[in-house]
Ligand binder design. Structure first.
Ligand SMILES: NC(=O)C1=CN([C@@H]2O[C@H](COP(=O)(O)OP(=O)(O)OC[C@H]3O[C@@H](n4cnc5c(N)ncnc54)[C@H](O)[C@@H]3O)[C@@H](O)[C@H]2O)C=CC1
Ligand SMILES: O=C(O)CCC(=O)C(=O)O
Length: 418
């Protein structure tokens, strides 16, 4: 395994690759490659046993030209300043590629949530929210869930913020529980956009999604929903995995039953419906029609990419391919549909949630899903139009060409340039 890629450097390389096809001044490109500000915190929080622990935390506000900063909060032991910077930058271009009126931000705490009680996690989250208070707000910066956070954490943040501000402000975070201003369809939205991207991609490439074999790395929120919705449109989910390992079934999994097994036991490993257990590396190199990395960054590096046998890769995770992996797969005509489109359903339905919060008027799940489908299919069409008309090397570069142009237009229309 080669040295782990720095996700922030990967983001910068992706921007450079696309900027080469655009008429944008070098100093503007330089601005597009760095966050506007990064907050670094040391949270000091009481544990259940009476001791006090320190937790490093970050919030990066990358770019606000198109609207308030927007992006999730991650709880993971590997969270780092550069990871958060990269994730916040990917949010900028994600919001731009689906054309929703947000900039990009991201936050995280360096923590293994499995080592903490719910009461400790609540104190840690509320402490983070208190520190974030001056930076966040309905028109300022709007956090949301990411890896190892969900409705519970978002509700703690909202409640802390509202108490300190002495007002209701449900739109200060998205991904909340339905009972307190969450949107129908938000939990499934990320996986839904992955399914929609895969469906459109197969159609564009003249391939049949019905009967297509699919491997999904990472069976969490994004991966399990994508698998389930792809099964609904006839795909055959032959392999799924989580951090404990991978399972394979030639005839395809009942994805809901596999998810139930994971919910009950904590992992997919040991599921008795599987024909065999395998490693994550074996899953990523299976000879399948569609591969969906849905775990973390750098899942496929340049070396592993040499062994990838899938025809199409649709990225549910943020940054699962290193730039070297991209080059390798582009060189072998493996079609990669990028994260900033394929997982944009999460932030798109977050936007719908925020709109509903601002209007105090709530939509049906059917309306949410219909609007999401419209946004993703339009974004897909814009992306392939850029790919075809500019003769671009791959779909990632096409997505960045569309997105960067939109950010630059907003910046210049705001009177900032030249
Ligand atoms: N939750 C959301 O709304 C959004 C999530 N994403 C991205 O999707 C990806 C996954 O996020 P979620 O599904 O929300 O997180 P999650 O915490 O629900 O699931 C992550 C899954 O990946 C598995 N995993 C971790 N390391 C792994 C490894 N090395 N190999 C295989 N599996 C591994 C975990 O066991 C878990 O099942 C992340 O990159 C996240 O940033 C992107 C857009 C929105
Ligand atoms: O829903 C959101 O606002 C952001 C989700 C997110 O963090 C992501 O798309 O990576």
């Amino acid at each position: 395994m080669s040295e782990e890629a720095n996700p922030f450097e990967s983001l910068q390389e992706q921007i450079d690759d696309a900027a080469a096809f655009l008429d944008v001044e070098d100093d503007v490109v330089e601005r597009l490659k760095h966050p506007e500000r990064v907050l670094e915190l040391n949270l000091s929080v009481d544990m259940d046993d009476g001791t006090r622990k320190r937790f490093k935390a970050f919030r990066s506000q990358f770019n606000g030209d198109r609207g308030p900063y927007k992006g999730g909060i991650r709880y993971h032991p590997n969270v780092s300043r550069d990871e958060v910077k990269a994730l916040s930058g990917w949010m900028v271009y994600k919001c731009a590629v689906v054309d929703i009126p947000y900039g990009g931000g991201k936050g995280g705490i360096v923590i293994d949530p499995r080592e903490h009680s719910a009461a400790e996690l609540e104190r840690i989250t509320r402490s983070f929210a208190k520190e974030l208070r001056p930076l966040i707000g309905e028109d300022q910066d709007i956090p949301a869930p990411d890896v190892n956070t969900g409705q519970r954490e978002m509700n703690w943040i909202k409640d802390t913020y509202e108490k300190l501000e002495h007002k209701t402000a449900p739109g200060v975070v998205t991904g909340k529980a339905i009972s307190s201003g969450g949107s129908e369809g938000r939990v499934e939205a990320t996986g839904r956009s992955t399914m929609l991207t895969a469906r459109e991609a197969f159609d564009y490439l003249d391939k049949d999604i019905e009967g297509a074999t699919v491997a999904v790395q990472g069976y969490g929120n994004a991966g399990s929903v994508a698998a389930n919705l792809l099964e609904d449109i006839g795909a055959n989910i032959v392999a799924v995995s989580d951090s404990s390992g991978a399972i394979y079934r030639e005839g395809g999994f009942d994805t809901a039953a596999a998810k139930q097994f994971k919910r009950e036991t904590g992992s997919v490993s040991g599921y008795d419906q599987a024909d065999e257990e395998m490693t994550n590396e074996e899953l990523l190199t299976l000879d399948v029609d569609l591969l969906i990395p849905a775990a973390l960054e750098n899942a496929i590096d340049g070396e592993l990419a040499q062994d990838v046998q899938a025809d199409v890769v649709v990225e549910a995770a943020n940054g699962p391919l290193t730039p070297e992996a991209d080059d390798e797969l582009t060189g072998r005509d493996v079609y990669v549909f990028p994260d900033i489109l394929a997982n944009a359903g999460g932030v798109t339905v977050s936007y719908f949630e925020w709109v509903q919060n601002r209007q105090r008027f709530y939509w049906t799940e059917e309306r949410v899903n219909d609007e999401l489908e419209r946004v993703i299919t339009e974004a897909f069409d814009n992306l392939v139009e850029a790919y075809d008309s500019h003769d671009l090397p791959n779909f990632r570069t096409a997505a960045y060409v569309v997105a960067i142009q939109r950010v630059v237009d907003a910046y210049s229309d705001n009177g900032n340039w030249p």
